[in-house]
Design a protein around this ligand. Sequence first.
Ligand code: HEM
Ligand code: HEM
Length: 193
Amino acid sequence: MALRNTADQYGTIAKWLHWLTALLFLGSYVSVYYRHWFTEEKTPENWTALQLHLSIGVTIGVIVVLRILWRLYDRRPDPEPGTRLEHLAAHLGHYALYAVMIIMPVTGYLGTGVATEYFFLFDIPAFKDTELFASQFGLSMTFEEFEKPIDFIHKDVMGAWLVWILILGHVAAALYHHFGKKDRTLIRMTSGR
Ligand code: HEM
Ligand code: HEM
């Protein structure tokens, strides 16, 4: 199987980056909802679930950089037959998902008041404790004041709603292509056959 994309097929690298990201998104949701729904505050499980959420989120932030670089370097498979409106919707949906993959890790990290114990291997300092926050961007704010709007975007607007809507819409579109239009859209991102 080719490493790079071809006219009618995603290559191994694009597929790995795509499916690894999908798995990490699942992990970031499972860890944070497990923390909320199934653990008591200040217990070791609660802390572990938070740390897994932070570690997985940071990993998504790193992978999206590699993914964008690879996308700029690699060719795009040719679009499957469809109307101009369908192609426009697919493009906008994909760009919105790239935006999510950037905005979620950035807002997540900017809102950290505790260090990320990256998969319990090494520590990444909390944003609250960095020189960048200390410099205050010319604003004199406490971390709590700074964190509020950032958390609102990360949790209430995007995490709870927008990301779900975009991902569910994306999955529905993939299923519609596969079972409704019966074209190669899903196949070329999976087995290729
Ligand atoms: C794509 C990556 C990410 C997704 C999809 C995501 C999603 C979420 C969601 C759904 C919540 C809970 C919202 C609620 O209260 O209902 C949350 C909370 C939180 N996230 Fe993220 N997040 C991501 C990345 C990150 C990163 C990189 C960090 C920091 C390094 C981070 C830090 C936090 C913190 C501190 C909370 C509050 C903890 C809690 O509510 O239990 N997130 N995130
Ligand atoms: C079960 C879950 C998923 C399925 C079935 C799925 C399916 C697909 C398929 C079939 C394509 C190819 C579309 C085309 O050729 O036009 C694709 C592309 C894409 N997917 Fe997913 N996906 C899933 C999860 C995700 C998640 C969680 C994200 C990110 C948050 C994501 C982001 C993207 C992006 C950005 C592209 C465009 C890739 C590019 O050409 O640059 N997908 N997906």
